[in-house]
Design a protein. Sequence first.
Length: 80
Amino acid sequence: MPLAHKDLFYRAGAVCTCGSRIRAGWVADRTSAVPARLDAAGALKLERLGMSEFAVGQLGLNSHYGAVRNPWNLERVSGG
């Protein structure tokens, strides 16, 4: 099962910004429970998804890394 998740879940050894420049370059020392369980179940990790800074906001707007857009219609936000 392919999987992409928001840049909110820690993965040991990977940068996790939570959509914030404050956390730019911060590397997690552990893996969060959700991705660990999905890995154990055989999920295929694709990539991290953009998000509102620290998951605050409903529209996926992010002044640091760019707005999150709906891949099927770039005129729309992905929501959250």
